[in-house]
Design a binder for this molecule. Structure first.
Ligand code: HEM
Ligand code: HEM
Length: 174
């Protein structure tokens, strides 16, 4: 079953969900690793891989959002209104922060005239604006910390449902 139905996510949504998870679980530690390296050719190569990884995540999330728009999510079975709203807010913020992190990563390189590989084209500025690059650098870092918090909240909510409420929420996406 490719499409979502009222109780479960379809195969395409499941692949999108777990692909995002897999990419992020590599991209986040890799980013921290790079930011600790001294300036070197190796670091520049790693930054390029990190750039490409981030852009792949960006396109996956865009495709995922288009699919979500065409194919609404299964019904939330909870009768507790605040939990339904919190889950919706958490999902919205997960999408939002992945996008904020990618765009800030792109712009922090862009504003110091570094070429940015967007896979289908390259972005290259002809003017350096350190101040803007610094702001996007901060946003990239803060965005990552917030995203990690959102993922932890998401995973704890799923564990709570699975272990304590013993409902079928995890089965929806497996
Ligand atoms: C979802 C996608 C991405 C995630 C989860 C991510 C995550 C991270 C993390 C955890 C760090 C280390 C903390 C920091 O210094 O900010 C980092 C650093 C960095 N990221 Fe990303 N990143 C993503 C996308 C991108 C993209 C698309 C670019 C550029 C096109 C980029 C460029 C960089 C650079 C240059 C650094 C090193 C910063 C420094 O220490 O000077 N990132 N990223
Ligand atoms: C071990 C890790 C994870 C588990 C067990 C998990 C589990 C789940 C489950 C059970 C749902 C269905 C919730 C529902 O429909 O009520 C879901 C949805 C979702 N998950 Fe995860 N997830 C994990 C990691 C992630 C990560 C890393 C992200 C980061 C972007 C993420 C983003 C989402 C989003 C955005 C939805 C909502 C999908 C929609 O738009 O309807 N998940 N996840």
């Amino acid at each position: 079953m490719l499409r979502n139905n009222i109780t479960e996510y379809g195969l395409i949504a499941k692949i999108f969900h777990w692909a995002t998870f897999l990419f992020l679980i590599i991209q986040i530690p890799f980013g921290f690793y790079i930011s600790d390296l001294e300036f070197s050719v190796e670091r520049m190569n790693f930054e390029n891989y990190h750039n490409i990884g981030g852009i792949i995540i960006f396109y996956v999330v865009l495709a995922r959002l288009i699919w979500k728009f065409l194919n609404p999510a299964p019904k939330n079975n909870s009768t507790v209104v605040w939990q339904v709203l919190l889950a919706k807010l958490n999902h919205f913020l997960l999408y939002l922060f992945v996008i904020v992190i990618v765009i800030s990563g792109v712009l922090k390189k862009f504003f110091i005239e570094e070429p940015v590989n967007m896979l289908f084209f390259n972005l290259q500025s002809s003017k350096t604006i350190f101040k803007l690059s610094d702001i996007f650098n901060e946003l990239h870092e803060v965005g990552v910390v917030i995203l990690i918090g959102l993922i932890l909240l998401h995973v704890f909510a799923v564990i709570y449902h699975h272990v304590f409420l013993k409902d079928k929420i995890l089965k929806k996406i497996l």
